[in-house]
Design a protein around this ligand. Structure first.
Ligand SMILES: [Zn+2]
Length: 404
């Protein structure tokens, strides 16, 4: 860390203040060079935050001085969660649909179209306030980085405004005009793909970092998905893909072939799909909230990890199929149902989530990283899976600022 301001130099000459977080019972750094195992665990640790960055990490006994001091009182500190897949620009909710599904009753209302209609009818201010509320909800649970997709507008103007609104809150914005075929194009899916790869892309690209497509039976097939992703890539957007969620299909292979940052869902995979992911830079992002909320079969994280694939966990937070903003919940389900160890699940929710967003400044507690930190009301990160459903957030810092 930069040395403390020398005696006699008033603090006001410094642009930022440093804080020593000490008494950390167990620190997850995600850097094996700093501590034990893949999580780089350091016991009796300390961290110095200087401005918005981590300035020092190590044993508390060796910690340097800082302007301010926070006593973690033996609790566990880890990187803030990186939620690399969400759909949070929307209006309305789908309580009745969920209730019917979970009660074994058929439900004939419009599903995703219900959300599209409500989103189109909402004002910019309503959508912005809704998004801000969900981001605050996630922050209170330790999530400091959130990716956010469009996909409930499905017109040129409604998709562009969703991304404009999302971009006010996060740099991780994803153009998902190809979520489903817009209702106006029900009889002309090819015409909709033309719109998504043409005029809609032109309007959305300035506000997006990523391009995504729902490659699935009933949504977009392999050829259509390829057209959407390559058109987006030609405009500088990096691909990510909703792949192999409901059935086997070409999504994963396409993601790998096009160098997508992430193939998301990965619930129905052939051995070839697993091998392709393992031999690529493409992260397999698993979204257990979706299977939980639809009583569907979970993806097999163990199979992917054993093959050598990078696995991230994310919420898929959306009002239809996974209305949770809790990364801790996803960790607990992944450990119980998907064959992950608690260490693997925590790594997937932080370091690999960052990798799925091609970010090197978040997802670790290392010198130079953003000071995005989650202090648990527990002595170990294992409690995230060991104590499911329990609110364990003691404090959250984002960009070095204590937010919770
Ligand atoms: Zn999704």
């Amino acid at each position: 860390m930069p040395p403390r301001a020398p005696t006699g130099v008033p603090h006001r000459e410094r642009t930022t203040l440093s804080t020593l977080i000490t008494g950390i019972g167990s620190l997850v750094t995600n850097d094996p060079g700093l501590g034990a195992g893949p999580l780089g665990l350091v016991e009796d640790a300390a961290v110095v935050v200087d401005g918005d960055r981590i300035a020092w990490v190590g044993p508390a006994a060796a910690a340097p001085a800082a302007d301010d001091r926070f006593d973690a009182a033996g609790r566990a500190l880890l990187p803030g969660f990186v939620d690399s897949h969400s759909h949070l620009v929307f209006a309305g909710d789908r309580t009745a649909e969920f209730n019917a599904r979970m009660s074994g009753r058929s439900y004939s209302a419009g599903g995703i179209r219900t959300t599209v209609a409500a989103t189109r009818a909402a004002s910019d201010a309503e959508l912005d306030a809704n998004l801000a509320r969900f981001l605050r909800e996630a922050l209170r649970q330790g999530t400091t980085t959130v990716e956010c997709k469009s996909g409930y507008g499905l017109t040129v103007e409604d998709e562009a405004r969703a991304l404009r609104i999302a971009a006010r809150h996060t740099p991780e914005t994803t153009y998902l005009g190809a979520h489903v075929v817009a209702p106006e194009f029900a009889d002309d899916p090819a015409g909709y793909v033309e719109l998504v790869t043409g005029e809609m892309l032109d309007a959305c690209a300035p506000h997006a970092k990523w391009v995504d497509v729902f490659c699935e039976r009933g949504a977009f097939d392999g050829d259509q998905a390829r057209a959407v992703l390559t058109a987006g890539a030609a405009r500088g957007l990096v691909p990510r893909v909703h792949a192999n969620q409901l059935s086997y299909g070409p999504g994963v292979q396409l993601a790998v072939e096009l160098g997508a940052a992430s193939a998301d869902h990965c619930t129905h995979l052939t051995d070839e799909d697993v091998a392709a992911l393992a031999g690529s830079r493409t992260v397999a992002t698993l979204l257990p909230g979706a299977e939980f909320s639809t009583r569907a079969e979970y993806p097999n994280a163990r199979r992917l990890l054993d093959a050598g694939a990078a696995v991230a966990l994310s919420t898929d937070c959306n009002p239809g199929s996974s209305f949770t903003s809790s990364m801790a919940f996803c960790i607990a389900v992944a450990v119980r149902e998907m064959g992950m160890t608690p260490d693997e699940a925590v790594f997937a929710a932080t370091a690999t989530g960052a990798r799925a967003l091609r970010r090197t400044d978040v997802g670790t507690v290392t010198v130079g990283a953003r000071a995005d930190l989650l202090l648990l009301d527990a002595p170990s990160h294992v409690h995230l899976a060991y104590r499911p459903g329990v609110p364990l957030t003691a404090a959250v810092w984002r960009n070095g600022v204590r937010e919770v």
